[in-house]
Design a protein around this ligand. Structure first.
Ligand code: ADP
Length: 311
């Protein structure tokens, strides 16, 4: 439903986006991850029709964003970075304006306004001007604008940026609730968000796609994947014994915590448990690690060169 092929944007001598290709299907929430300046916003703006690609193509629901831009935009809701809107308009006035632009009328218009206002819990601020709203409410108005015409595809640039933890939780729930029949791309640099809402993640740095996988597949690339960590009264004394367990590659002690890392393909959790039981060692917070996305993200993106010169 959203597809890019060799999408490229060059500014002067910088390749902000460098040959990005991917395809997102209905029901998928794709997380776009990358450090600042990676090219996330530029890619999203090209799909949303706000920027013209230097080369390559993008399409929304089969409509090319350049050749068939109006149809492409009809199927797309877009929340841009920072969610700019018209500060002097009231929330209701702004949403009515968007409804006009989207050509909504009659009963469907009423339904769509009620749905967007209800989902984003905007009823209490409808008469307030946008510029007087808190950051969280401004973001919600931006989201309401993006979903007003009930689009089949959604592109949300940092949808939870600036929200407090409760609001983040709400917005993530909202994204999940809309995911079933839609195609959604969100950009984020919050890694917990990937686990919370995304069925798939693309890691981008210096304008290029460096990884395209499910969150679980990314976690499996972490050196912590399958590691066993715990708290014990005397971790240093245990270090040597743990390292002798079959399949254990390495043991690290950090503060009161000790972590055993497995050799590739080895499962060590039961063996470590048996060992502790056999030795009558009381371990607390015994944990089988899934892998750490932050570590995978760092190792993938730090290896990438900074934005390349186009010339
Ligand atoms: P992200 O959203 O991942 O933080 P952006 O897409 O905003 O990254 O930016 C990608 C790169 O393109 C950065 O190096 C940025 O400085 C550059 N860039 C973005 N917009 C412009 C512009 N209008 N003119 C020149 N360079 C730009």
């Amino acid at each position: 439903m959203i597809e890019t092929r060799s999408l490229t944007k060059t500014y002067d001598r910088i390749r902000a986006v460098d040959g990005v290709s991917f395809r997102v299907e209905p029901g998928q929430v794709l997380g776009f991850l990358g450090p600042n300046g990676a090219g996330k916003s530029t890619t999203m703006k090209m799909i949303a029709g706000f920027l013209t690609p230097t080369s390559g193509t993008a399409s929304v629901c089969g409509h090319d964003v350049r050749e068939d831009g109006i149809q492409a935009r009809r199927h797309l809701g877009y929340l841009s970075e920072g969610a700019p809107s018209y500060g002097e308009m009231t929330v209701r006035g702004f949403l009515e304006f968007i409804a006009d632009v989207r050509g909504l009328a009659g009963e469907r218009r009423r339904q769509r306004m009620d749905d967007a206002i209800g989902r984003l819990q905007l009823a209490s601020v409808l008469g307030q001007t946008v510029e007087t709203l808190s950051k969280g409410f401004k973001r919600r108005v931006g989201l309401a604008q993006a979903i007003l015409h009930d689009p089949r595809a959604l592109i949300l640039d940092e949808p939870t940026d600036g929200l407090d933890p409760n609001q983040k939780h709400e917005v993530r729930g909202l994204i999940r609730s809309m995911a079933a029949e839609r195609t959604i791309i969100i950009s984020t640099h919050i890694l917990e968000e990937v686990n919370a809402v995304c069925s798939r993640a693309i890691i981008i740095a210096a304008g290029r796609v460096l990884a395209d996988a499910t969150p679980a597949e990314l976690e499996a690339r972490s050196r912590y994947h399958g590691a066993v960590s715990m708290r014990v009264p005397d971790p240093l004394a245990l270090r040597m014994d743990l390292s002798r367990i079959e399949g254990v590659a390495q043991v690290e002690v950090e503060g009161g915590r000790i972590t055993a890392f497995p050799r590739a393909g080895q499962r060590i959790f039961e063996r470590v448990q048996d060992f502790l039981r056999g030795q009558k060692i009381e371990a607390s917070e015994l944990q089988l690690e899934r892998g750490r996305l932050d570590e995978v993200f760092r190792s993938i993106t730090q290896a990438a060169a900074p934005a390349k010169e186009a010339a």
